[in-house]
Design a binder for this molecule. Structure first.
Ligand SMILES: Cc1cc2nc3c(=O)[nH]c(=O)nc-3n(C[C@H](O)[C@H](O)[C@H](O)COP(=O)(O)OP(=O)(O)OC[C@H]3O[C@@H](n4cnc5c(N)ncnc54)[C@H](O)[C@@H]3O)c2cc1C
Length: 323
């Protein structure tokens, strides 16, 4: 069925789909450049590019990320396109079945992606294995229905019935194609929702491929997105209340102390101090360990990269959690 040639530079998705970057505007530097209009060039320590991008991402200062744009060409089953199109900020131009004849391109799931309906999540699939015969039957039905509907479509088409009506006999596993243009901020929003475990497997395949492309164009912004959004965590008032009541004082103090070590390491990395000044710096930052304990822990510390701003913000969060 159909012709499945991959265009140059395209990443294959599902059985016959793909995504490829057609064009992009701006890189990490464009984000920094835009942010400096609002913060003033080189006025503060955040002027280092990577740190600035991370700061912007942490604080949801999103408009600088809108300065970068991507234009993708993607081919996906119609049922995937229906989910994708809900992301309203994109500009889209889709292949039209009113003007052109449908191509015999249908998505046929692989047996390993045929699952039972989840009992817990009404929108999800169960991980338990489906018996091989039932998987085979499901795949066979997809093939049978695709072939039959395409025969009916071709018959109507050849009889001169308007394509805009004849296409309605085709099912939603038919592939469509579009150009999709969006800015980086809204692309991250799309990726956050569609790479998530709760998103349908078929759209996750495209989102994951898109993420790899985005990562290559804006590596610092993507790293910040991964750290703070994709793998970050949000606590509600109710969550915080539980932590506040249940976390023992000792644990809160230990956490604060660990953060203070990281903070000192960050300050030291930025402006190296004499060994004998480090304990004073640690105390100045609120560290509670004795000098002897400090020396042991400092010698054994994990040399984390120590983002000073991030550590100060984490300290604030820990204070809030405890009060
Ligand atoms: C796991 C999952 C399950 C879903 N299930 C369903 C479902 O059962 N039924 C269903 O209908 N949809 C469902 N959706 C789609 C979902 O409700 C959103 O429509 C979709 O994810 C797009 O999100 P968005 O509106 O934030 O994105 P976008 O449209 O890209 O918008 C980005 C942001 O811009 C702002 N924005 C854009 N347009 C407007 C506007 N007109 N007015 C105000 N603010 C705007 C909003 O802040 C929005 O968050 C599901 C999505 C996911 C990820």
């Amino acid at each position: 069925m159909g012709s499945y040639d991959l265009p140059d530079g395209a990443v294959k998705c599902l059985d016959k789909g793909f995504i490829r970057l057609v064009d992009s505007m701006g890189r990490d530097a464009a984000i920094v450049q835009a942010a400096r209009v609002s913060y003033g060039k080189g006025t503060t320590k955040v002027s280092r590019d990577r740190a600035l991008i991370r700061y912007l991402m942490r604080h949801h200062h999103s408009t600088p990320f809108e300065m970068v744009e991507f234009k993708f060409h993607a081919k996906m089953p119609i049922f995937v396109a229906r989910q994708w199109v809900r992301h309203r900020t994109a500009n889209i131009n889709e292949y039209s079945l009113r003007y052109s004849e449908a191509v015999d391109d249908f998505y046929i799931p692989r047996p390993e992606n045929v699952h039972f309906q989840s009992k817990w999540n009404k929108q999800g699939r169960e991980t338990a294995d489906v018996p091989a015969e039932l998987k085979a039957k499901t795949v066979a039905y997809f093939k049978e229905m695709s072939q039959r509907s395409y025969e009916l479509y071709t018959e109507l088409n050849e009889a001169g019935i308007a394509r805009e009506l004849a296409r309605a006999v085709l099912p939603v596993n038919l592939y469509t194609q579009w150009y999709w243009k969006n800015d980086l901020h809204n692309t991250f929003h799309f990726l956050r929702l569609r790479m998530d475990d709760h998103a349908q497997y078929e759209i996750r395949v495209y989102a994951t491929a898109m993420a790899e492309i985005v990562k290559r164009v804006v590596p610092n912004a993507y790293e910040a997105f991964e750290d703070y959004i994709l793998n970050g965590m949000f606590f509600s008032r109710i969550d915080r209340e539980i932590f506040r009541k249940k976390l023992p004082e000792r644990v809160k103090e230990d956490l604060l102390d660990d953060v203070t070590y990281q903070l000192v390491a960050g300050l030291h990395a930025n402006k190296p101090r004499d060994e004998n000044e480090l304990y004073k710096l640690y105390q100045k930052e609120g560290g509670q360990d004795s000098e002897a304990d400090f020396a042991i822990k400092w010698a054994a510390r994990d040399n984390a990269e120590g983002n000073i701003f991030e550590m100060r913000e984490l300290k604030e969060k820990l204070y809030k959690l405890g009060s």
